[in-house]
Write a protein that binds this ligand. Structure first.
Ligand code: B12
Length: 294
């Protein structure tokens, strides 16, 4: 039989469970258990009754694996993945439009997808349900080698330029003390922060985005210089959490209210002892909370 180990598996015909397990780095018993308990994925069967994993099934399993790797319990991870997969209608269409533009390395296409989503669905849904899930998908493609880093960079920059354009068009802020938004001292992931800023300025709230890798002393100086009403710190990688927490603590000591968000703080144990208020996962809900409390 021509099944040498050096011949890459042809997914088109559906992979056997051991091949899928090897490809994804997930043990076969775990794959069986996810299918049995959560119906993820519904693998097809060969004529002999053996599981066969299609491209779509592998995609579902990667999403599941990544959610579990982020630290979610399998049942919660399955719920998240199911919600993403079950998304229908205009939101799904816009996500697909954005991802298709990403695949073509077409920044104007990415911005056009966001324009269309904004027009059809409004700003909050565009950011929380179109842009963020699409970016997560691009990240998963990059991680699994399904796209080059150039595709991720072009998509990110297209999204950031769209956010910048929308921010520039926002109404003049009402004269109030600004909210300062910063990444932790070692964090480069600014997109969530910039999207939150857009939601705030769209509602006439003054804010200042200090951006990537903001040192604690810079944050402190800016909070004083601008007489900030609140400070938000975002951190994405757990390895960068500690300096982010130190920055939060430095500001909190001055009495300015501090808020934080990002994957570094996704789970309750990562929030233990962190000064300030967790903004949660959703951008629109975070904007609501900040507007209500400052
Ligand atoms: C774009 C991107 C980059 C860009 C960022 C550019 C920019 N200006 O933002 C660049 C190229 C710089 C980058 C660099 C790196 N990245 Co990167 N990146 C991404 C990518 C594709 C999108 C990030 C994004 O904006 N996501 C959208 C966010 C907002 O979604 P989310 O993470 O699911 O966030 C949820 C919550 O945490 C929360 N949240 C997050 N942010 C905020 C903000 C606010 C205000 C609120 C309220 C909530 C909130 O809400 C979300 C919804 O639930 C992700 C893929 C992904 N899964 O996200 C990888 C990803 C985050 N990056 C990753 C990695 C590994 C890196 C690098 C270490 C790569 C490297 N080897 O150099 C560096 C680290 C840089 C650093 N020092 O911080 C990993 C992190 C894995 C992990 N958890 O450990 C990811 C997940 C990719 C992957 N699948 O492996 N990256």
């Amino acid at each position: 039989m021509a099944t040498g180990a050096d011949i890459p598996p042809r997914v088109g015909e559906g992979l056997a469970i051991q091949q899928a397990s090897h490809l994804l780095g997930v043990p076969a018993p775990t794959l069986r258990s996810w299918e049995r308990r959560y119906g993820l994925p519904t693998a097809g069967r060969s004529a002999g009754g053996h599981r066969r994993y299609s491209e779509e099934a592998l995609h579902q399993l990667r999403l599941m694996r990544d959610e579990v790797a982020r630290g979610r319990r399998a049942a919660d991870a399955a719920r998240e993945v199911r919600a993403l997969l079950d998304q229908q209608g205009p939101v799904r269409t816009r996500v697909e439009q954005l991802l298709a533009a990403s695949r073509r390395m077409d920044p104007p296409g990415v911005r056009a997808a966001l324009d269309g989503a904004h027009e059809e669905l409004g700003l909050a849904v565009t950011l929380d349900e179109v842009l963020m899930p699409a970016m997560r998908q691009v990240g998963a493609w990059w991680e699994t080698g399904r796209c080059d880093v150039a595709e991720e960079h072009l998509t990110t920059e297209a999204a950031r330029s769209w956010l910048a354009r929308m921010t520039a068009l926002a109404p003049a802020p009402t004269a109030r003390r600004p909210i300062l938004l910063a990444c932790g001292p070692r964090d480069l992931h600014t997109l969530g922060l910039e999207a939150l800023a857009l939601l705030l300025v769209d509602r006439s709230r003054a804010c200042r985005v200090l951006g990537a890798r903001t040192p604690a002393r810079t944050l402190l100086a800016a909070a004083t210089a601008t007489d900030a009403a609140a400070v938000v710190v975002v951190s994405h990688l757990t390895t960068h959490r500690r300096p982010a927490v130190e920055a939060l603590a430095a500001v909190a000591e001055t009495g300015v209210p501090v808020f934080y968000a990002g994957n570094s703080f996704l789970f309750p144990r990562a929030r233990a002892g962190v000064p300030g208020t967790h903004l949660g996962e959703g951008l629109a809900a975070a904007a609501d909370m900040l507007l209500a409390r400052t």
